[in-house]
Design a protein around this ligand. Structure first.
Ligand SMILES: CC(C)(COP(=O)(O)OP(=O)(O)OC[C@H]1O[C@@H](n2cnc3c(N)ncnc32)[C@H](O)[C@@H]1OP(=O)(O)O)[C@@H](O)C(=O)NCCC(=O)NCCS
Length: 163
């Protein structure tokens, strides 16, 4: 399979909404959420009006078809992102279509993103449900747990160490 990466643009907005929906963790045995969940302000902020000055994201293309996306956004306003740590740290989101998971695409997308932003940001944050297997991937990619709430961790990857 041919794998490629291209920047996420405002024209990709519908795909981005789809990826945001797929990034929401569904505990085992629980039915999928209604798609209207994307309208709640706490989630909407992750995707709406893609293409703001600080937005940086990439789409994975598998044989030229969109397979997934990784994106960074400053979620420092009201409401803040779930993974908020401070006003200078952007938050990462990532999701792949189910058929493309577990093939290394997520790792490649993140590596590409880190390379692109390491001179611009000192760190990246995220929020992940404690039971989400993605936790292992984040740890391998250098994220560390900095705090926890009832069912999720806030994780931070320092980029200033990699300069
Ligand atoms: C998380 C995700 C982007 C990783 O991309 P990927 O291409 O599958 O990851 P890679 O193949 O590079 O690495 C494999 C790792 O991905 C994670 N992973 C694999 N399948 C997964 C799945 N269905 N759900 C969550 N994480 C998964 C695991 O940590 C796995 O590591 P392991 O082999 O030690 O278990 C992708 O699996 C996905 O879209 N999952 C569903 C959405 C999601 O959970 N997003 C994160 C929200 S915080």
């Amino acid at each position: 399979m041919n794998f490629d990466i291209k920047p996420l643009t405002p024209a990709d907005q519908p795909f981005l909404w789809e990826k945001l929906y797929q990034a929401i963790y569904i505990p085992e045995g629980q039915p999928p959420y209604d798609r209207n969940i994307l309208h709640i302000p706490e989630l909407r902020i992750y995707a709406e009006h893609w293409g703001k000055p600080d937005d940086i994201g990439f789409i994975a293309l598998a044989d030229e078809k969109p397979a997934g996306a990784v994106w960074l956004r400053m979620l420092t306003g009201e409401p803040r992102g779930f993974g908020y740590v401070d006003d200078t740290t952007p938050e990462l989101s990532i999701a792949l279509l189910p058929e493309y998971r577990g093939k290394g695409f997520g790792s490649q997308l993140m590596t590409h993103l880190f390379e692109c932003v390491k001179s611009r940001y000192g760190a990246i944050c995220l929020s992940v449900s404690m039971n989400n297997p993605a936790m292992r991937l984040y740890q391998r990619m250098g994220f560390e747990v900095v705090s926890e709430s009832d069912d999720s961790y806030t994780m931070v990857k320092r980029l200033d160490k990699e300069r």
